[in-house]
Design a protein around this ligand. Structure first.
Ligand code: NI
Length: 167
């Protein structure tokens, strides 16, 4: 396994749109394992392939307290959603920034697991937030884009400054 490099906002590659996985095979499973290891090491509760510069529709999520309940979604689609809720979100690609985003409260997701088998899952709470946040990455959207232009400009300036300081 390997820990992958996570792209940092405002890297342009975070805005690429991921392609569907045509076939779930050993290389897919290897990527999933590396994504999981990268997420746990960060540590984080979710990671999209986009964030490690692989533009395929794959996300991994683990919102458990014990960090041993990995959930893998390949080619995820939200087939139903309801309600709305505000949640303070963060992102491994936008370190140190936490902002409230309004999303659907409940979602039903259809996806393939790492064996290529289809499944459907009803999610709510943090899991629903996390799935929606990670699926946004697959279409090139970072959570800060839900904020005002002013806030986005401030966040970009802050992260660029921090990047310069660490170089
Ligand atoms: Ni994120």
């Amino acid at each position: 396994m390997a820990i992958l490099k996570i792209l940092q906002y405002p890297d342009e590659r975070l805005h690429k749109v991921a392609k569907s996985v045509a076939r779930v095979d050993e290389s897919t499973r290897k990527l999933v394992r590396n994504m999981a290891e990268t997420m746990y090491a960060a540590p984080g509760v979710g990671l999209a392939a986009t964030q490690v510069d692989v533009h395929e529709r794959i996300i991994v999520v683990d919102v458990s307290d014990t960090h041993d309940q990995l959930q893998v979604f390949i080619n995820p689609e939200i087939i139903a959603s309801s309600g709305s809720s505000d949640y303070e979100e963060g992102c491994l690609s936008v370190p140190g920034i936490y902002e409230t985003v309004c999303r659907a409260e409940k979602v039903t997701v259809r996806a393939l697991n790492e064996k290529g088998e289809p499944f459907t899952l009803d999610a709510e709470g943090l899991l629903a937030v996390c799935i929606q946040h990670e699926m946004d990455h697959l279409v090139g959207k970072v959570f800060v884009e839900y904020l005002s232009q002013l806030k986005q400009t401030r966040i970009r300036a802050k992260l660029k400054k921090r990047l310069r300081e660490t170089m």
